[in-house]
Design a protein around this ligand. Structure first.
Ligand SMILES: [Mg+2]
Length: 235
């Protein structure tokens, strides 16, 4: 019954979260010359600002950069220097420009799944950044359709399915994020293959999904994706 398989991109096709973590750790080091970073709970305060700003800036490195600047000004009571603001901007630029490193086995997995199913790529985040990473990945040719969306929720998946012209029963999503890739897809009645990545962005944490769903498989590596997809397609 399944005809279309969609892949998430960040931390499903290529490494991503590690680059954000590196930027945030450099950010804490930079703030340490102004405040007691252990005391100030920098991570939680930055996350608060990011959460507030998602509605303005959307997901991705550009929004993170603006949030880092805003939070740094607030946490240092506006004592942060222009030179250090410039350094924060550079931390964001480094995230935007990092080389695309594909996850082990993902090229083979994508090629294998493509031999039996129509592939889509559905990713959220900054449009320019995602387009650049897709181009640099060398994988774009496998995907019949590429959707860069502002939020991966039930209405978004429904819109994509409507545009493709398929029922949820014909759709399967592969991804690393419970809240963005798995829960909304299962809720729609489609299938999902959950491939956890060793890091999960704090904003994506805390989302549950029906682990007993017969339309769900969890695998530990890209190499196991094709078999899980075929198993779900056969049920
Ligand atoms: Mg992801």
């Amino acid at each position: 019954m399944i005809t279309h398989v969609a892949f998430d991109a960040d931390d499903t096709l290529w490494h991503s979260e590690g680059h954000y973590r590196a930027a945030q750790s450099a950010y804490e080091t930079l703030l340490a010359s102004y405040i007691d970073v252990a005391d100030a709970n920098v991570h939680a305060r930055l996350l608060d600002v990011e959460r507030r700003n998602i509605k303005r800036f959307g997901y991705g490195a550009k929004g993170m950069t603006l949030s880092m600047v805003e939070a740094a000004i607030a946490m240092t009571d506006a004592r942060i220097s222009a030179v250090d603001i410039q350094r924060i901007v550079e931390l964001g630029v480094a995230v935007l420009e990092h080389p695309v490193e594909l996850l082990p086995g993902i090229v083979e997995a994508v090629a294998d799944v493509a031999s039996d199913f129509t592939l889509l790529l559905i990713t959220k985040g900054d449009l320019f950044h995602q387009e650049a990473k897709i181009a640099r990945s060398g994988l774009s040719g496998w995907f019949h359709r590429i959707e860069i969306v502002s939020e991966k929720d039930i209405p978004t998946y429904q819109r994509v399915l409507d545009e493709v012209g398929i029922e949820p029963a014909r759709f399967l999503m592969v991804g690393n994020s419970p809240g963005s890739d798995i829960a909304p897809v299962l809720a729609l009645g489609a299938a999902a293959v959950y491939v956890p990545y060793h890091l999960l962005w704090a904003m994506e944490a805390g989302h549950g999904f029906d682990v007993t769903s017969p339309r769900l498989r969890q695998v530990t590596s890209a190499a196991d994706i094709p078999a899980a997809v075929r198993e779900l397609a056969a049920t």
